[in-house]
Design a protein around this ligand. Structure first.
Ligand SMILES: [Ca+2]
Ligand SMILES: [Ca+2]
Ligand SMILES: [Ca+2]
Ligand SMILES: [Ca+2]
Length: 330
């Protein structure tokens, strides 16, 4: 049902793109508003200084907390496979801290301060930690895929700020914070959906994990206005990754979204071939643009597809090293 829904959603592409624009619009409004508001209420800080602080806070959490790894290792009957954190103290003084668990891994992700409207030109390497408490039996999605998951977001002190406790469809490059998308893509999906016979579906052997996100891969100085998240707050997301649509083609131009990450930096929202010719008020990165070079020929007519419409490869008709769909003088 859910994967089928994803397909349907792809066909309702215009609605999705409209949603994407709303999300971008929200961010844009915040950009406009931020100048005075943030200058008055939040002292401006550099990403380099905040990154060091965030990493120290996350490390301190990982050193002073454990999770219910014993339940994951020997699941009790009816165990819900939900990660629970607690401090290492008292009766739990002998537990293994998260930092020492082999399931904890990390990846370094570079982010620009310009993403948050800063003009100091900083590009900072952030460490994103992720804990795969249970590895799903399936594959991992890419940041260009539609996924089906449940999540809960909390601050480092455990205060929840957001969540969804039933299976939810998300496009991992659709306006979500980078640390979230780049963390979810490390987890493994399960099997399903399995029809339960009563109109509901379930998933089995899915991945369960937690992601520890420094604010530079989160909201940095610009948390959502209606949220309890403060400026420069590191975040934790607990995830149950059920399924994903392999090689999702978000804009329906025939190219899997992940292949529209031209610079291969794990961010689909900074690749926009025709940025110079798009109207100043819009920004359609290639994964959300059906005519990537804006030459009037849809991308889908400038690439190689098989008879079923599946992506086969790119085309370079004039042999200048630039593929046709990115070459507006071809
Ligand atoms: Ca990119
Ligand atoms: Ca574009
Ligand atoms: Ca495109
Ligand atoms: Ca074109």
């Amino acid at each position: 049902m859910y994967l089928a829904d994803l397909k349907t959603k792809c066909m309702k592409r215009n609605q999705l793109i409209a949603l994407f624009l709303v999300i971008i619009g929200v961010w844009s409004c915040r950009n406009d508003d931020d100048g005075l508001l943030d200058a008055e209420t939040v002292p401006p800080r550099t990403m380099s200084e905040v990154a060091i602080e965030d990493d120290a806070e996350i490390m301190a959490f990982l050193q002073t907390h454990f999770y219910n790894y014993e339940e994951f290792e020997n699941p009790p009957i009816d165990f819900d496979f939900v990660i629970k954190f607690d401090t290492i103290a008292g009766d739990n003084a002998d537990k293994t801290p998260i930092i020492s668990r082999p399931e904890l891994k990390s990846v370094v992700i570079r982010e620009e301060s310009a993403t948050f409207g800063r003009e100091d030109g900083e590009e900072i390497d952030h460490t994103l930690y992720y804990l795969e408490a249970r590895m799903g039996v399936g594959e991992s999605p890419t940041i260009g895929d539609n996924v089906v998951l449940q999540y809960e977001g909390t601050l480092l002190d455990g205060t929840p700020f957001d969540g969804h406790n039933t299976p939810l469809n998300q496009y991992l490059s659709g306006g979500l914070i980078r640390g979230y998308s780049n963390g979810v893509e490390k987890l493994h999906a399960g099997t399903g959906p399995i029809e339960n016979g009563d109109g509901t579906v379930s998933f089995e052997d899915f991945g369960v994990g937690a992601i520890f996100i420094p604010s530079g891969l989160g909201y940095f100085s610009r948390p959502p206005q209606t949220s309890i998240i403060g400026a420069y707050a590191p975040l934790i997301f607990k995830i149950a990754l059920f399924a994903f649509e392999k090689d999702t083609d978000f804009d329906g131009d025939g190219i899997p979204s992940i292949l529209e990450d031209l610079d291969g930096d794990g961010n689909l929202n900074n690749d926009n071939t025709d940025a110079d010719t798009e109207p100043p008020t819009v920004f359609f990165p290639n994964h959300n643009d059906t005519d990537d070079d804006q030459d009037g020929i849809p991308t889908i007519d400038e690439i190689e597809l098989d008879s079923d419409g599946n992506f086969v490869g790119f085309r370079d008709s004039d042999g200048d090293g630039i593929d046709d769909h990115l070459d507006n003088d071809n």
